[in-house]
Design a protein. Sequence first.
Length: 390
Amino acid sequence: MLDPSVSVDIRTTVEYRAVQEFAEITANLTYDQICQTIPITSGEHVLYHRLNGAIVKDFGDFGGGVDYEQPIIVEQKIRPTYQKGGLELPEAMFTDSGMMGKLGYQVAGDWAADAASANAYWPQRAIISLLRSAYGTTFVTGPLYGRSFGNCYDGLPLFSVGHTYNFRRPSLGVFSNFFTGGVLNDGRAADMTRTGYGTCPGFAPLAGPFGDGSAEISLAAAWDNLWKVIAYIRTIKMPDGVTPRYLEPDLIICGPKLQKNVLMLTSAEFISMNASTYGGGSTEIKGTISKLGLKGPLILSELGGNTDLDADEDYDWYLLCSERAKRSRYGGLIYAPREPFDLKMFAAVSGNAGINLELAEKDAIKWITKGRSGVSVGLPQFLFKSQATR
């Protein structure tokens, strides 16, 4: 049976590896740039908020009367799930003389480092899986495949062509945060006119084989597509259907296949214009990018090399109103930690817990790592998706 002092030594050695790895991975994560983190304390957490925007009317010269609004209270539900991992090793790997007695420390330490890395990465893994899936209501990929995450407060998926400004008064108008279909043969996004939607872009490629004859689209066409999307977003209204939201999209999110063009669009001083479409020559874009407030793009490796949906998913891209989302209560995506990840070791004799009969019979040591968290879609007016045709 394992000596208590050896048990303490094993625990200390293994936990030290885990803490080191967790801190290193956490320092490199970027998920917090695209979501709000909201700690929760229950098995079903409901986030309540009022639909923003008051309706003010003109009551003439003498102002007789006033219309009283009933506040529109909407809700977002978050149900956390458990994330777990475990390891079991024989005591002999720690107590025998020679290499076998040292192997246990190595194996357990390596496993603990791997588990800590997975734990630290979990929020990013879950949020990006949600980002990729949110044109529907269930995860289409990733560790939560097939699990439902539900609709927005208006009953539609996060990315939809038909969000109403005011779901209690749909006649006030609708907007789209999902741009798909309708690509012109030079790679520029066609306008998609739908009743009540105004004119919104279709899929607006920034790179890829979407040009004439499946050629790579030009940087000029990508520039035009970016403009179409930004111009449309700036037309979106408040729930009264009249007042502009003054949305300021400022962060492009994409995968490695778009990195070259997106970096050029956000950092170049001039771009060459296509002679047949734009008349040739070049145009200055640096000042325009600065005035638009576009930041350096967020390039996510997780958005590249995906074949579980379609190879063209590599050319999807997102546009986030990051500053507005941060100032809002919920933003576009929500990560909700319920219980932080921890690592526990169990042995036949461990601390003051007495003798564990099961582990004494098996002459084994076990580790369990466990956390609990959930994710949810947020508000659709802050996050927009341009999706290649599936």
